[in-house]
Design a binder for this molecule. Structure first.
Ligand code: NAD
Length: 474
């Protein structure tokens, strides 16, 4: 037995018979490949019905992990998953269709098409921060594309992970979808197996481990990673609107969101107004009657003590180096509570501007000229998300044209993840490959190129050997 944080005991890879599970999944790939759209939609329907019937159970599991309010569990774990499921059900037939493409004239007589086919046996490794959504969303596309799937949810959000295991055991035979549980030792064992595709969601550091392991088997990967996502406040931004949207995007899930605005770049002349407005909005959201945020049922806890201490040390480091910390309440180690916090006067030598924060702390850096703000972004890794707030098109365009990001909201935060017509994913350090909608389906599919010719007919005959003086005619 293996112990991980919180003293949760998981079975070892050997006890879970990981290799045996893999073989079963592998042996079933051909059968799954031959399933049609109707059969795959049926599988998606089963997941949908299960979620609808067990909504409260899912809310409870997520609440047990980090006290997430059931309404927030609804919006960020359940309804978001159902949205992707329903979109996939509606569009799957179309996605699966072979796509005819043109054929050059010098190949006259032949025709060409692109045939999406499943990759085979796929591995999904999920993180803890949206433990249900981030395990089930990739599963939707893996199933839609006709694969068999092994899921390794996070050992940290162990209540939700146990729920996902029960759910999959009830929904699918072991040779279609199977959950294995555990931490690094289980992941390491999994990464040695010859999966046909790995869909990993987590930190860039572990993303590199996954990619290195994939090299040995030449397994394709989708890496959904993280990083520092900036919010740029242009000089003409509507601050009430911007701070409402930033407060929501930053403090939902207590900031433990991969696309949460990590730091805000604010014009120096508007910084005080911005901070005041942001503090007001925090009060409106989490202390509507003047109560302390720690009693609010709407504000999550930090997932574990190790992350609590990491966040505390980020704040301490900034304070020691001269930043101003505005904390809406008091931290409490015993309940892993960190109140909504704004840290101003930050500089690039502080950890708060170097590491992904991933907690309820917004760093605020001010700028005199927009180019200074753009330079701050440029010097860092390419972000998973970038948010820009402003009125004039030319200001918005300037920010977008001079930066890059996996996704962007103009005058909002987070919401781009909710449109399955948009690809979701990062760039380089924030991710490789895209998910959601057709992009998700394609990620789990091999785009097979098929050229068909007629028997007895090939223009290529003219270039068969013996060549003689053929090159003079070409
Ligand atoms: P993590 O990288 O620590 O863990 C993710 C998964 O990898 C877990 O299942 C874990 O068991 C496994 N893992 C951990 N160490 C491993 C190792 N050495 N070898 C193999 N597997 C290992 O990430 P996390 O703390 O669970 O999640 C937070 C990170 O995930 C943040 O960086 C966040 O931005 C990112 N994230 C990204 C997205 C996205 O969609 N792009 C979504 C959520 C979270």
């Amino acid at each position: 037995m293996n112990k991980v944080e919180n003293n949760i005991i998981f079975e070892t890879p050997h006890q879970q018979n990981i290799e045996g599970i893999f073989i079963q999944l592998k042996e079933n790939t051909q059968k799954m490949k031959n399933t049609n759209a109707k059969q795959r939609i049926q599988k998606l329907k089963k997941i949908e019905e299960y979620i609808l019937q067990n909504r409260e159970e899912i809310q409870k599991a997520v609440y047990a992990d980090f006290k997430k309010n059931p309404t927030e569990a609804d919006t960020t774990e359940i309804i978001s998953t159902l949205g992707l499921l329903r979109h996939a059900k509606r569009n799957l037939k179309q996605w699966m269709k072979p796509r005819r493409v043109g054929t050059p004239l010098n190949m006259f007589g032949s025709s060409s098409q692109i045939l999406p086919e499943p990759k085979g046996v796929c591995l999904i490794i999920a993180p803890w921060n949206y433990p249900f959504y981030l395990a089930i969303a990739p599963l939707i596309y893996a199933i839609a594309a006709g694969n068999t799937v092994m899921i390794k949810p996070s050992e940290i959000s162990h209540n939700t992970s146990a729920y996902i295991q029960k759910m999959m055991d009830e929904l699918f035979p072991a040779n279609e979808v199977k959950v294995v549980q555990g931490g690094v030792d289980v992941s390491t064992t999994l990464l040695k197996l010859k999966f046909n595709h790995i869909f990993f969601t987590g930190s860039p550091q572990v993303g590199k481990i996954v990619m290195r392991a994939a090299v040995d088997n030449l397994t394709s990967v989708t890496l959904e990673l993280g990083g520092k996502s900036p919010a740029v406040i242009c000089e003409d931004a509507d601050l009430k609107d911007a701070t409402d949207k930033l407060t929501w995007g930053k403090f939902i899930n207590a900031g433990q969101t991969c696309i949460a605005p990590d730091y805000a770049l604010v014009p120096k002349s508007r910084k005080d107004e911005f901070v005041e407005q942001m503090s007001n909005t925090i009060n409106e959201f989490y202390s509507p009657n003047g109560e302390v945020v720690s009693v609010s049922e709407d504000f999550c806890r930090i997932i574990n003590h190790s992350h609590y201490h990491r966040l505390k040390s980020i704040i301490d480091d900034a304070a020691e180096k001269g930043a101003t910390v505005i904390m809406n309440g008091e931290m409490d180690e015993s309940t892993k509570f960190i109140p909504p916090t704004i840290v101003t006067n930050v500089t690039n030598d502080m950890r708060i501007m170097q590491e992904e924060i991933f907690g309820p702390i917004l760093a605020v850096m001010d700028y005199e000229e927009i180019n200074q703000a753009l330079e701050v972004i440029e010097e860092k890794e390419k972000p998973l998300a970038l948010y820009v707030f402003g009125k004039k098109k030319k200001y918005i365009k300037n920010v977008i044209h001079n930066t890059t990001a996996g996704g962007t909201c103009i005058n909002d935060t987070i919401l781009h993840i909710n449109n399955p017509e948009l690809p979701f994913g990062g760039v380089n350090n924030s991710g490789i490959g895209k998910s959601h909608g057709k992009f998700g389906f394609d990620g789990f599919s091999n785009q097979r190129a098929v050229l068909k010719n007629r028997i007895g007919m090939t223009v290529v005959k003219t270039i068969y050997p013996p060549y003689g003086n053929l090159s003079k005619k070409l």
